[in-house]
Design a protein around this ligand. Sequence first.
Ligand code: CU
Length: 271
Amino acid sequence: MKKLMFIFVGLAVLFLSVPAFAHFQMLYTPEIALEKGGTVNFKIVWTHPFADEHTMEMTAPKAFYVLSQRGEGKVKKTDLKGKLKPITWTGKANAARAYEATVKVRSMGDHMFCFVPGPYYDKHEEAWMQQITKTIVNVGGIPGNWAEPAGLETEIVPLDKPYALWTGNVFRGVVLSKGKPVPDCDIEVEYINHEVLMNYNAFARSNYVEAPQDAFVTMTIKANANGEFSFGIPRAGWWGFAALGVGPEKEHKGEKFNADAVIWIKAVDMK
Ligand SMILES: [Cu+2]
């Protein structure tokens, strides 16, 4: 009888458990602090970048563009949707549709890449989700529009240059929805824990960090009353920040809709 109970509990855990780790819309390119203009290759993957436990099937993207500014110059918008090409991304657990893009950046200054994915239906949560994502690339160390809102429905506006961070620096940001700060929201933070193999459309399987417990896989921090947050960066590499459910849209096709605001930063070691 006791044995039977065990099996029951085991099965219940198996079927009721929802994925513990947070998903992130990756908008990844190996280098974001460039010496000079050139070609920037993006891998755009909807996955769990710390655990690499499940890669999700992306739907048709809504928008992809870049807002470029050199110094105090005019902000130039370039549509990049036509550059998106579907790829198959292979994770540890499965393979799924993702996208890649090859983009030329010519001018010095900041290039704020904005990606709006199509809504994704999550069966476990019985809700639609969408992560509106920014990655800011700099050329030549000339600052531009890195601290300006892109004007997205929801976004994280950095208070520190996201491409000029040493390991151990603090990264701060402010969460906006329709241009207004979102007080007290939850922000999930995750590390890209696996080397991104650009030529293989896959993560490397070696040299990853072992988390001592699940709360370290996806860290959750809170914004303050002004929608601002800060995070000390413990390790070189890529860190993603996702402000949860902060988008103004709450319903899609008669069901719950959660839009998150995501930003990516890269830290480098002082050596
Ligand atoms: Cu997930």
